[in-house]
Design a protein around this ligand. Sequence first.
Ligand code: HEC
Length: 194
Amino acid sequence: MKSISVKTLLVFLAAALFVACLQAADDPRLEESRALVQSFGTTLQGELKKGLAEGGPVEAISVCKDKAPQIASELSRLSGAKVRRTSLRFRNPANAPEPWETSVLLEFEQQAIGAEAETPSEHFAEDADGTIRYMAVIKTGAVCLTCHGAPLSPELDAILDAGYPHDRARGYALGDVRGAFSVTWPASDDASSR
Ligand code: HEC
């Protein structure tokens, strides 16, 4: 052991880390995560547009309140991954980020103000135990401002105050990082053979 220098050890560690990252990028769950998020986003947007067109913003609140968790749990059930939405400034405390999600959301915030602003942010990493974690940024679009911008209509303000007394999800501007989709694949026995 004495003959191995610190430098050799560092080079070895860097190489091992690099290989681990490559393996993560090769993992089929990257594409599966992207597909889940795509499906979540498209279904939700469709429901939201329908809700807004049919009943206006007040009616559409129930889409976000009831349909979003329903879609998330259906996708979770079908895939075996935990699929959810989260945000640093959440409306519903049930959507509060876990510590790992907070770090990724902070990275997304940084990327949004930096040179990478035009590239949609995503995160894909594998824990030492084989748990796979994926996140994709959600930016604030024009349609989102009705319920997440400022000022809101007095009617919406009142309804949101009643339903979400600790709402932190107002005052967003077009293009702001609104939050992220999050997908967690539990470690499985066959993870190493994937
Ligand atoms: C009709 C009002 C309405 C519109 C329009 C709307 N939202 Fe929301 N949004 C809500 C409500 C209500 C919640 C809380 C849902 C819950 O209880 O889980 C929410 C929650 C969220 C969350 C989960 C994190 C949190 O704050 O609790 C995200 C992310 C989000 N909205 C993004 C968007 C985006 C992006 C758009 C535009 C495409 C959008 N919303 C449009 C009402 C709306």
